[in-house]
Design a protein around this ligand. Structure first.
Ligand SMILES: [Mn+2]
Length: 289
């Protein structure tokens, strides 16, 4: 298969003045179960030309806000620490250039340097995380930079966060949540508290960095991830959440991580591409093209 070099393919050229930068971070060094996240960014880009650039909900062409796709880097021969250094520098460069950064993972670890870069520009940053997992372990299999520890590392940076779609965690992680008085949006809670999206929006105080571990979505629509957990967010719940956050807050950067292409589940890459495009639409529709 020939790989596509830009998100949306040739239709990306419809936006002449570029304001959105798609960055790829194909890191896969601490995978727990099913692998393949290093192939995630290219698979999402390859699926994206199948999208209609005319958004069926927003009834406009989000592409006209200008989307540029940076080349997919090769991380296979460098350490995870060096990868993180490069990601932080790349995101900082996009912010300095006035671009809205969209990072494609790769494993969840890539969120840490991206948040560090955003924090430097927005000290009151608030992270919103969609995920099946709390990712609050201090270490996982001896590795503090594992994808299973990403929110613990963000907590150490002092950044507040809101966790949504949670349905898998260890006793120790739950103990930390209780000790700190955090109230994650567990799936159990989402299923009974019908104003949960409003509660999420009320909790956010500053500019938002949005991190979407695709395993937060239900495996029926998102089977292509390392640890598919049943009873996840539906497509409708996810986009309703993103619409409300984008309308009520300023999203300044985002990532979509842990996507691992799976033969027979080709719809999943398209679903991630559409979620990215729809969310960009929500964010940028507030501004004239
Ligand atoms: Mn996860």
């Amino acid at each position: 298969m020939t790989h596509i070099s830009q998100f949306l393919g040739e239709e990306a050229n419809l936006g002449s003045e570029k304001r959105i930068a798609i960055l790829s971070a194909p890191l896969a060094s601490s995978v727990s179960w099913l692998g393949g996240t290093e192939l995630g960014p290219q698979a999402i880009i390859d699926a994206s030309p199948a999208l209609e650039v005319f958004d069926d909900e927003l009834l406009s062409e989000t592409v006209r806000f200008g989307i540029v796709t940076r080349p997919v880097p090769d991380f296979s021969a460098i350490t995870a620490i060096e990868v993180c250094r490069q990601i932080k520098a790349a995101v900082a460069e996009e912010l300095a250039g006035g671009y809205f950064p969209v990072l494609l993972g790769g494993e969840h670890t890539v969120t840490v340097p991206a948040v560090q870069a955003c924090l430097a520009q927005y000290p009151d940053l608030h992270v919103v995380q969609i995920d099946a997992h709390l990712d609050l372990r201090d270490q996982y299999e001896g590795n503090p930079d594992s994808h299973a520890c990403v929110m613990r590392r963000l907590d150490e940076l002092g950044v507040p966060f809101t966790q949504i779609g949670i349905r898998s965690f260890s006793k120790e992680e739950y103990g930390l949540v209780q000790a700190r008085g955090w109230q994650p949006f567990f799936m159990q809670r989402i299923r009974v508290e019908h104003d949960w999206i409003e509660q999420v929006c009320d909790e956010i105080k500053g500019p938002v960095y949005f991190t979407c571990d695709v395993d937060g979505l239900d495996p029926a629509i998102m089977p292509a991830t390392g640890t598919p957990e049943p009873d996840g967010l539906t497509w409708r719940e996810t986009i309703d959440l993103m619409r409300e956050i984008a309308c009520n807050h300023r999203i300044v950067g985002m990532d979509f991580v842990e996507f691992a292409p799976r033969p027979g589940a080709e719809h999943a890459a398209f679903t991630v591409a559409k979620l990215i495009y729809r969310t960009l639409g929500y964010i940028f529709q507030k501004q004239a093209p």
